[in-house]
Design a protein around this ligand. Structure first.
Ligand code: GDP
Length: 687
């Protein structure tokens, strides 16, 4: 991946320079919803604000989201500020859906982390922060709720250093705190601003710097300048030569340091009291990157060659479908355009799946309304109507100019659950709902078990599936009964089985029905999947029969002989076949292949492969021993321990089946201070 750190705005088109693609990330309750709503309000996108009520502790987060569901019901909302288009991308509040979070992090260029002015950096915000680190996303911080009793920005500033290992650069000092919080002083310009009334009409009023703050402002300003000089050579040079540090020079230096992720500019306010939102919007424009200032994205062309796609509206059209959603019953494909431009009514080629589709309309979404666009250019995020086949994660490009963008890490659905409709009448509705969910969420799969009439759904974790089932009940109004969550395993073979004969023979009215094949089954190394090799001399069987034999093997491999899991990591060789004139029928060879495969697996000493998860636990040092001991008792292996500020990051692997209920367990052994994430690592045999 080539880093485009030229920072040169000369080569970047004006249109690109006026785009900001950002997300707001926050610990639940820090004020993400309130901040987002204020942003929409002050950019003129909404005209009324649905006040967020104090969440009742008994409500679960889905209820809350529904109850609130006012602001960003959409994957992206576009709001104008100072001539720029800020595309506000929805980042899911719940950290358990790692993939949802990662998917949104993938399409944004910068982020605003909202912290509570009382609690500071809470454990959960660390998880999201680390994901943003992984995607190398420049960030701003907004310390919210400075009007609350006990508020003090230093708690959050220290937390950013100690817990997140980042370097904050406070751009403001608060004027008053708690009940007397009225505004902020901009340290670069020394301009004091207050918001006098508490209603939404509150506008920033410039005012003279309160006398009692003069000294504190000078000191904080000096610290800010030192931090910028420390991280930016241009500013450092002027600073050391005691030259004139103009506000423009400092802003430019701060912008470079932010883009290089050396500094995190910190703003302050109270979203609920409408204080500090406009300066936050200014900072988004001033310090977060435009689409041409982030690392260019990588893809592969038709021949598998790596290509770098730079944000250039004159280049070939390349876009990523990052979310599929149904709004008012219509299927919408949200895309981020990485390069080129595209006009409504045109055709796109789906490079991930193959096939062309026509885009009927292009929309820019603004909270509750949308505007139709004739054309979309590089850097923008829009919704497309008319696409039936595109799925989340697909690359859409210009026909004849095929590129597939790198996939987000592969995620294995490792948990399954049996599901059935409450009444048989609802069966069709359930099927339809499952189809919709699978369409929107590539980590969710389902299949029907014909013997029981139940559906088997598979997903990333217990909570993932629970939330989806809740959506089926509430949004789609289907009554469902669900079984207990189960671990999804794989099967493999541990020895070769050679010369396994499979046969299918029937006497029917019209004469015989016959097929016979001979297979060798050989174990392969982990992750190799299933390989089928035809070793028959040419001319013995027709191409159609050969295809059916392979199809039979693959079908049989979807349900192993041990517990019916997918069989993987083996090579199946077709080494022999018998032909009987008049009796041999293509279909019989497929059944013969299924039989040979099953018998072969039984002979080849089959084994179960269980999903192992890469686990990362972050805890204060005093709990480290307990956490390690507990992990080891769960087939876990600790591989690394690393300090982060005052905390320790313990990483290792553990079996999925031992991780049921782990978050509750971790909470109890760390008095609520530990957090963890897990991600599928591999399938393996458990010792
Ligand atoms: P989210 O969970 O991060 O989306 O947080 P919300 O925006 O829903 O806010 C959580 C709670 O904090 C709500 O009751 C808000 O009214 C309240 N809240 C949000 N911002 C502020 C603020 O600046 N000051 C105070 N006192 N309360 C706030």
């Amino acid at each position: 991946m080539g880093k485009d750190d030229s920072g040169s705005t000369k080569t970047i088109s004006k249109r690109l320079r006026l785009i900001r693609n950002i997300g707001i990330m926050a610990h639940i309750d820090a004020g993400k919803t309130t901040v987002s709503e204020r942003i929409l309000y002050y950019t003129g996108i909404t005209h009324k604000i649905g006040e967020v009520h104090d969440g009742e502790a008994t409500m679960d987060f889905m209820d809350q989201e529904q109850e609130r569901g006012i602001t960003i019901t959409s994957a992206v909302t576009t709001c104008p500020w100072r001539g720029h288009d800020i595309h506000l991308i929805d980042t899911p509040g719940h950290v358990d859906f790692t993939i949802e979070v990662e998917r949104s992090l993938r399409v944004l260029d910068g982020a605003v982390a909202v912290f509570c002015g009382v609690a500071g950096v809470e454990p959960q915000s660390e998880t999201v922060w680390r994901q943003a680190d992984k995607f190398r996303i420049p960030r701003l911080a907004f310390i919210n709720k400075l009007d609350r009793v006990g508020a003090d920005p230093t708690t959050a500033l220290q937390g950013i250093v100690q817990r997140l290992g980042a370097r904050p650069a406070a751009l403001q000092l608060p004027i008053g705190l708690e009940g007397r919080f009225q505004g902020v002083v901009d340290l670069l310009t020394r301009q004091a601003t207050v918001w006098r009334s508490e209603d939404l009409g509150a506008t920033p009023e410039p005012t003279t710097l309160p006398g009692d703050l003069v000294q504190a402002v000078e000191q904080a300003r000096e610290e800010l300048i030192e931090a910028i000089a420390d991280c930016d050579d241009e500013v450092a040079e002027v600073y050391l030569e005691a030259g004139e540090l103009t506000v423009e020079l400092l802003r430019a230096g701060l912008r470079r340091a932010t883009l290089a992720r050396k500094l995190v500019p910190v703003l302050m306010g109270s979203a609920l009291r409408n204080i500090g939102i406009q300066p936050l919007l200014d900072a988004i424009v001033d310090y977060l990157p435009n689409p041409a200032e982030v690392e260019a994205i990588v893809g592969h062309d038709h021949g598998g060659k790596e290509v770098t796609i730079s944000a250039d509206e004159k280049g070939p059209f390349v876009a990523l479908a990052f979310k599929i959603a149904r709004e008012e019953g219509r299927r919408q494909t949200f895309i981020r355009v990485y390069s080129g431009s595209f006009e409504a009514g045109g055709e796109v080629f789906n490079a991930t799946r193959g096939g062309k589709e026509r885009v009927a309309r292009i929309f820019q979404v603004h909270a509750d309304r949308r505007t139709r666009l004739e054309k979309v250019t590089a850097g923008h995020l829009v919704a497309l109507a008319g696409l039936k086949h595109a799925r989340t994660g697909d690359t859409l490009c210009q026909p004849g100019h095929h590129v597939v963008l790198e996939q987000i890490d592969a995620y294995e659905p490792v948990i399954s659950m049996a599901v059935e409709p409450e009444t048989q009448r609802e069966k069709d509705k359930l099927q339809e709902s499952l189809e919709k969910l699978a369409d929107e969420d590539p980590t969710f799969r389902y299949g029907e078990d014909e013997s029981t009439g139940q559906y088997l759904i598979r997903g990333m974790g217990e909570l993932h599936l629970e939330v989806l089932m809740e959506r089926i009940r509430r949004e789609m109004g289907v009554g469902v009964r669900v079984g207990r969550p189960q671990v999804v395993c794989r099967e493999t073979i541990t020895r070769p089985a050679l010369g396994v004969v499979g046969e299918f023979q029937r006497q029917i009215d019209e004469g015989g029905l016959f097929g016979q094949v001979r297979l060798d089954l050989l174990p392969l190394s982990q992750g190799a999947g299933l390989r089928f090799v035809n070793q028959l001399p040419a001319g013995i069987l027709t191409a159609e029969i050969l295809r059916l034999i392979e199809e039979g093997v693959r079908e049989a491999s979807s349900s192993g002989v041990l517990e019916g899991f997918q069989v993987d990591d083996l090579e199946v060789r077709l080494t022999g076949a018998e032909w009987r004139d008049g009796e041999s029928k293509p279909f019989a060879y497929k059944v013969a292949a299924v039989n040979a495969f099953r018998d072969g697996c039984r002979q080849a000493v089959p084994a179960l492969l269980e999903p192992l998860m890469a686990v990362e636990v972050v805890v204060p040092e005093e709990f480290m021993g307990d956490v390690i001991g507990d992990l080891q008792s769960r087939h876990g292996r600790v591989e690394n321990i690393e300090p982060r500020g005052e905390l320790r990051v313990v990483s290792g692997v553990a079996a999925m089946r031992d991780l049921f209920g782990y978050s509750t367990r971790l909470r109890s052994i760390t008095q609520g201070r530990g957090t963890f994430t897990m991600q599928f690592a591999r399938f393996d045999r458990l010792a």
